[in-house]
Design a protein around this ligand. Structure first.
Ligand code: TRP
Length: 359
């Protein structure tokens, strides 16, 4: 392989990787159903603002489902990753508690899940050092996700932390010996670096780490209200915590077309289909059925259905979130407990790593 991997993830080469990951994910789902206790999941989010519906259908719903199935769940508030992009590092502690509120509001159960943050777990961060020794600069340089993130961040220069971020992510996953990582397609290159590091460590120093699998979400991916990738920086995302009026406004501004008949055809009518999909996911129904029901109602009818479906769906989540946010002490306690548990595990792993490297 050379170092000229294309910037966009839509290459045939990547399509193959994504397909292979999807096939592997189907096999994994069967193993999880058969023996959920054999799996530990590590996943996480950057505390840069409220989570939105894209997060919910892309990953949060999957985490809750897997936790309820009996998988051991670790959720990382990736506050050190925020350092890779200093422009968004304001209001960090507010975003951290907001993230914990989002998790609990959607149904993550803190009595069995471990919710923790980078900055509270020194043992995790310490792993970065041996891990950095196991990858080459060329391997880091051709990571397409880092390339995309660098492009999206519009920074004048790239920090060393941004560049080596996938190695830190390997520490996130391997410190607790997670063997399953639910990810979106864009995170597959990072996941490959984690697997490489685990394999190389074990080969060089002896078997310490599992080689974790990526688990792709079963839900089709949701776009923002403008038909672009949903992200809060683009102003096209419906936050779980948004009010019904804010939701209505975002949907009203959504891009549609002039054809009155509403259909679900993601290839040819991406924006309209995305709105149909959003309503369908909220109603837990087939998007074709939702589109047929709206029929010749046009964009206005579609938008009304979307607004009502989203607000109905989010109502209990928003109510629970409001209660949680009112009790900041409880949210901080949940995080402190998770931090403590993560620390114990990190220290144990670090001891094993030291022993393996010394012998
Ligand atoms: N990099 C992920 C993101 O940008 C967040 C993250 C950090 C993560 N560490 C992780 C995801 C470990 C999965 C596993 O959204």
């Amino acid at each position: 392989m050379d170092s000229t991997t294309p910037e966009t993830p839509e290459t045939p080469e990547n399509a193959e990787t994504i397909e292979a990951a999807a096939r592997r994910s189907a096999v994994l789902e069967e193993s999880i159903a058969a023996d959920p206790g054999a799996f530990r999941i590590l996943t996480g989010d950057r505390p840069t603002g409220p989570l939105h519906l894209g997060h919910y259908f892309g990953t949060l719903a999957n985490r809750v489902r897997l936790q309820r199935a009996g998988v051991d769940l670790f959720v990382l508030v990736a506050d050190y990753q925020v350092l890779t992009d200093r422009d968004v590092a304001d209001h960090l502690s507010e975003h951290v508690t907001g993230l914990v509120a989002d998790y609990l509001a959607v149904g993550v159960d803190p009595s069995t899940a471990t919710i923790f943050r980078h900055s509270s777990v020194p043992g995790l961060n310490q792993l970065m050092l041996p891990f950095l020794s196991l990858v080459s600069v060329a391997e880091l340089r051709r990571n397409p996700t880092v390339k995309d993130e660098i492009a999206a961040s519009r920074q004048a220069s790239v920090s060393g932390l941004m560049f080596t971020y996938p190695v830190h992510q390997a520490a996130d996953i391997l410190f607790c010996k997670a063997n399953l990582v639910p990810v979106g397609k864009d995170q597959l290159p990072h996941q490959e670096i984690t697997r490489t590091i685990a394999r190389r460590f074990n080969e060089r120093y002896g078997p310490v780490f599992p080689v974790p699998d990526a688990l792709l979400s079963p839900a089709p991916s949701l776009l923002g209200t403008d038909g672009q990738k949903m992200s809060k920086s683009r102003g096209n995302a419906i936050a779980l915590s948004a009010s019904p009026d804010e939701t209505a406004l975002l949907v009203r501004r959504a891009v549609t077309d002039t054809e009155r008949r509403i259909t679900y055809a993601p290839e040819t009518r991406p924006q309209v289909s995305n709105l149909v999909l959003l309503a369908a996911l909220c109603q837990d129904r087939d998007p074709h059925a939702v589109a047929a029901e709206i029929g010749d109602g046009g964009a206005a009818a579609l938008k009304k259905v979307v607004t009502d479906s989203v607000n109905e769906f989010l109502r209990p989540i928003r109510a629970r979130r409001a209660e949680l946010v009112a009790d900041g002490a409880y949210l901080r306690d949940v995080l402190a407990e998770g931090d403590e548990r993560a620390n114990e595990i990190a220290d144990r792993t670090l001891k094993e790593v030291r022993a393996a490297m010394a012998s």
